[in-house]
Design a protein around this ligand. Structure first.
Ligand SMILES: Cc1cc2nc3c(=O)[nH]c(=O)nc-3n(C[C@H](O)[C@H](O)[C@H](O)COP(=O)(O)O)c2cc1C
Length: 187
């Protein structure tokens, strides 16, 4: 069984990206499990805070969740044609060393998807993640792409996925990523 962890890069209760992650969970297939993690509680990165108090509890928890998984799915909004600061801030914290814990990113299989109410479905945000992931040394999966555009017509008011075509694309993406992760586990 392959264990995937998805992180939504939005804190909004009615976030399209959190809705996308929730919709992906039952589509991971019989041989994979997709759990969902949150960025709530992660403070702004502050080197003085880090020196004084070490890794914040919410960051440590997320690190432990990532380490317990085989692959990481970033479900990222797009802000001003780039990655949201909230998500980048969390990744910056996660990239910092924590005594007793290994690096959470190096050689970890990672994939990126996202949803936007606009017409381009986070295409530029996804591109902006690439140099960050390269720097972190992740094993970034390039075998699939999923940009969910016009998100307000794809999800219902309750956040459930209403669009069968997107459901199929999402299932193919998550199962493709899970197969990639399974391959890296064997290797
Ligand atoms: C500061 C800010 C900048 C944004 N810039 C973009 C953008 O460049 N491209 C885009 O498609 N949507 C942009 N949006 C709209 C977001 O896609 C939209 O708010 C979306 O719902 C955020 O994701 P969420 O629903 O998961 O919270 C922006 C929103 C905010 C708040």
């Amino acid at each position: 069984m392959v264990s995937l962890l998805g992180i939504s890069g939005s804190l909004r209760a009615s976030s399209f990206n959190t809705a996308l992650l929730r919709a992906a969970q039952p589509l991971a297939g019989d041989s994979a499990r997709l759990d969902a993690a949150t960025l709530h509680g992660i403070p702004l990165y502050d080197g003085d805070l880090e020196q004084r108090e070490g890794t914040p509890a919410a960051v440590r928890t997320l690190k432990e969740q990532i380490l317990a998984s085989d692959g990481l799915l970033l479900v990222s909004p797009e802000y001003n044609n780039g990655v949201p600061g909230v998500f980048k801030n969390a990744v910056d914290w996660l990239s910092r060393p924590t005594p007793g814990l290994p690096d959470v990113f190096r050689e970890r299989p990672v994939a990126v998807i996202g949803a936007s109410p606009g017409g381009f479905g986070t295409i530029l945000s996804q591109a902006h993640w690439l140099p960050v992931l390269r720097t972190l040394g992740t094993h970034t999966w390039q075998g699939g792409r999923l940009m969910v555009s016009r998100a307000s017509s794809v999800f219902g008011e309750d956040g459930t996925l209403q669009d069968d075509k997107v459901r199929q694309q999402l299932g193919e993406f998550v199962q493709g990523f899970a197969a990639f992760v399974a391959g890296t586990k064997r290797g």
